[in-house]
Design a protein around this ligand. Sequence first.
Ligand code: FE2
Length: 374
Amino acid sequence: METDTFEKTTTEVDFLPLNGTDHLEFYVGNAKQSAYYYQTAWGYTLVAYAGPETGVRDRASYVLQQDKIRLVLTTSLVPDSEISDHHKKHGDGVKFLSLWVDDARASFNETVKRGAKPFMEPTRFEDEFGYVVISAIHTYGDTVHKFIERSNYTGQFLPGYKSIVSPMKAVSVGLKYVDHCVGNVELGKMNDWVDFYENVMGFKLLLTFDDKDISTEYSALMSKVVSNGNGYVKFPINEPAEGKKKSQIEEYLDFYGCAGVQHIALETHDILKTVGELRRRGIEFLYVPETYYDDVLERVGNIDEDMESLKKMNILVDRDESGYLLQIFTKPVEDRPTLFFEIIQRKGAKSFGKGNFKALFESIEREQENRGNL
Ligand code: FE2
């Protein structure tokens, strides 16, 4: 039948089906204190732990959860290890962008077959709650994608981790799930990494921003967004572009030492409440001048939120053909000007706030200038 032929020729099989982000693992200098920060300031609940008390001799890891977001904070307990080397070079940063899959063996085989550099062969780990299979491949810089198959596991996190109840009761700030994770790569490397996600991981190019979209008086950057088949996993990739002064991407690369994760966007269903609470707990956000709000309604049309409240919280608004979005960015969350977070609330919009780029980058440049890095 014609219909059959049509379907056969146009339906592509997704060779890397992903259920979403499984967890983000950071290598940090002091996981115990970082875990306290993410609990008190960000409202995550400490749910699991691995370390000397659980038979792990060389590291300590804290697993924090807020709704569907899982962060793992890992520190080295010894001077010479892959973790301490990573920390020496990069400071605190994201090591693993771990993806939730149904078949970690197939995920590894399919991507390695297409050119991925293996980090860990598919390996089975088990405890009294069942088993998981984990494999991993390299991506940009020292960052790694783990594939986590957990359908035969009922434990809190993974084998090797002990479920724990924190003495501190964390109060959620309403963060729901990871919306996107952004990578900064070296000058001229953006297209190589977009090719990697397209050819090796089966992602599709969603959006392209050139230096005309993203430039200020002083600096510029280029960005492309790739997404997996079902849209659950989105990775924008940035590279610096020629400008009069140093771009924020170059500043990141200088301090991180190579390509790496620049920001993680977390979805909330009530951005005013989430940001109000984060501000009350001392989280610092980038500042956009009040003049930003002068023409915002002309640009985005009617929105549900009260403009005065958004202005008070310094939240940005943008619209695309599908709806609008509200967003705000923190300052870097460590002393090196590297990783920061975005809080985003999507009201239909599928894009990334292109209309806010200029205001945002001017704001980042003010911070760069304060650090003496512009
Ligand atoms: Fe973003």
